[in-house]
Design a protein around this ligand. Structure first.
Ligand SMILES: [Zn+2]
Length: 465
């Protein structure tokens, strides 16, 4: 159907103009009827968050998402835009995207009266109907709702009239979705303004009561501790959010790794082909899982999935440098590249006891070690590696580092009895770089099981008796 150019055509086409809630509900019903999953690309929420969102949309409820950092809250909220119609008609040029059939701003109402069915209509896409704001104590009523324009007041217009308002972010998202992230960080005054807007449809701006019957779905997010702690959110506003949807971290390593690979910078942007052995990925996933269990880390703010994602990027970058310097054909991260995660983890975790920076590095190392042991035990058993241990016990040592050519490891694999078989149980690892990575993993695992000694000097690591 051709898009109507004026109100008359719109009426003739019988295009129904729905409220945002009706529109989202209508589209969700269609998703459900065709068994199409909403919010594609959101991993790990199929049985928890997604059903809650569906119920909230079907009920027309206001939603607040509660979760620690890095649980894809913003991403979920932005994804709600996919439940809006692709395009909707608005009064041409209206700052607040007025519905041509029932405009609310005075200027559009006046135009409708004068122009009738000739009132020009334009169509906007759903991406234009989303707004968001990170709440901070600096955010004002003027930012979110609007401000009285002193020039217009001086021109002698009515004060309590929306034509004297310079619209803020929420009115500009009229007929769309507006997200407020970290809701408890809004000042009480702004929270009151927000409540009035949601509940009474009118707001006080500088003491003037202004009627503003907007049609906006307001979605908020917050850290659960901040949201529930007394006094951070005014009660009437809290009551206004009909449902609290609790987000969470991935429940399985598989989900954590799925998100990691989905969100990390694509390997195709690297200078050479990238191959990350499964055990290296799992080490990063388990490290984050360990961090989320650690009582040395403040769990109230949480440990974001971004830790895993950024660590993955860091080890690939460290391996990429080696591959470039040594002119190797592929990029394969090894255990000796793991030091690069110190920089990408730091700052994303909050230590429970404030100490020196060194403490943080020590903790990350401890978590890494726990993760390595966990992954090692899933692939290998110490008993099956007795031959390797015997070799070292007879006085031999092996040196590795993150700058050593992959080719240099092949010699050791040939020399050390049992090592080749051990590598074989880690999957199909055929290239020298993959075998080098596997060698380090086996040796480090033996060391962490107290079967081998490890000496670190500069960047060089020596395993021996
Ligand atoms: Zn208007």
């Amino acid at each position: 159907m051709k898009e109507a150019k004026n109100l008359g055509e719109l009426k003739k086409n019988g295009h129904p103009v729905l409220t945002v809630r009706e529109e989202m509900r209508k589209n969700l019903v269609r998703y459900l009827e065709t068994a199409t999953r909403i919010l594609p690309g959101i991993v790990g929420y199929d049985d928890t968050v997604i059903p809650d969102i569906e119920n909230a949309i079907l009920s027309g409820h206001h939603m607040v998402f509660l979760g620690e950092r890095g649980q894809a809250k913003s991403r979920v909220i932005r994804g709600l835009v996919s439940l809006l119609d692709e395009r909707i008609p608005i009064v041409q040029g209206c700052e607040i995207s007025d519905n041509p059939c029932a405009p609310i701003c005075r200027s559009c109402r006046r135009r409708l009266e004068k122009e009738g069915d000739a009132l020009p209509v334009e169509w906007i896409g759903r991406e234009q109907r989303y707004g968001e704001k990170l709440a901070t104590p600096d955010v004002s009523i003027a930012d979110l709702i609007g401000e009285i324009d002193p020039i217009k007041v001086a021109e002698g217009r009515y004060l309590a009239d929306e034509e004297t308002i310079h619209y803020g972010l929420i009115p500009r998202t009229n007929r769309g979705i507006f997200a407020i992230n970290e809701l408890p960080d809004l000042t009480e005054k702004v929270q009151v303004g927000l409540f009035n807007l949601m509940e009474e449809k009118d707001v006080q701006i500088k003491g003037y009561k202004i009627r503003l019957p907007l049609d906006v779905v307001i979605v908020a997010s917050a850290n659960p501790e901040d949201y529930t702690s007394r006094g951070r959110i005014i009660t009437p506003l809290k009551d206004r959010f009909d449902v609290q949807i609790r987000t969470h971290y991935p429940r399985t390593i598989q989900d954590e790794l799925l998100i990691m690979e989905q969100e990390a910078a694509p390997s195709s942007q690297r200078s050479k082909p990238v191959q990350v052995p499964q055990f290296m990925k799992e080490i990063l996933g388990y490290m984050t899982f360990e961090a989320r269990k650690s009582n040395e880390i403040n769990q109230t703010s949480g440990v974001s999935v971004r830790v895993t994602i950024n660590n993955y990027e860091s080890i690939i970058s460290n391996a990429e440098k080696r591959s470039l310097r040594l002119k190797e054909g592929e990029v394969v991260p090894r255990i000796s590249d793991l030091h690069s995660v110190l920089a990408s983890t730091g700052g994303k975790i909050e230590m429970e006891y404030v100490g020196e920076e060194k403490k943080e590095d020590e903790l990350v190392e401890k978590l890494l070690n726990r993760a390595i042991v966990k992954v090692f035990d899933q692939y290998l058993s110490i008993n099956s590696l007795q031959k390797v241990v015997d070799y070292f016990n007879s006085g031999w040592g092996v040196e590795v580092s993150d700058t050593m050519p992959s080719q240099d490891y092949l010699e050791g694999i040939k020399e050390i009895p049992g090592l080749k078989e051990a590598i074989g149980s880690l999957g199909t690892l055929e290239s020298p770089a993959l075998m080098a990575s596997a060698t380090e993993f086996v040796l480090e695992g033996l060391h962490l099981h107290q079967k081998l000694n490890k000496e670190v000097e500069g960047g060089r690591i020596t395993y021996g008796k």
